[in-house]
Design a binder for this molecule. Sequence first.
Ligand SMILES: [Zn+2]
Length: 184
Amino acid sequence: MPEWYLYGRYYKRFGYMSAKGITDMLYLPNLVFNHFLKDDCLLVAYGGKIVEEKPEEKYRLDRYTGFDEMIWGNEIITILCGARKYSGYDIRPYIEQVRQKKEWLQKAHPSEFGKDVWDCDVDLLFVESLECPECKRSLRVMRATDTADGGCDVVSHCVWCLRDWQWHCDVQGWQSGFERYFHG
Ligand SMILES: [Zn+2]
């Protein structure tokens, strides 16, 4: 399967979804329940635009036409990163919306998501990880420093062999220059 088919849980089943040829996306955060992304939805169109045709409809999903897929939960991050990489999409406005969702959650549900009990680095959520070449397991991204080209320099850690790795990630999310990282 081509690499732009991204693995995840879609429509409550594990499978693949294409991140190529995406022409429009609409993020619909749920501002009722105490979940970060679980009840949020991302509408995706592979051709044309998503239109709010019936704003009076009670259920928000009934208001829109022009979308082909609905993405829920953590796969929203997967598909947004894929759209950046394989569809050349500028996802910065979506990252900003996810950041606003996080801030809403912290204010609306302080006992579970207040700043002293929960935190999440939204920018790091959108830094795709790579595999440790020794352990073949996903590295934990520790840090991403913005660079002049609009991308970032990433430092990551392997919790299995405790080695650190670094690479550069360009503005579309393509990685290069993978190598060992030594502190200091
Ligand atoms: Zn390792």
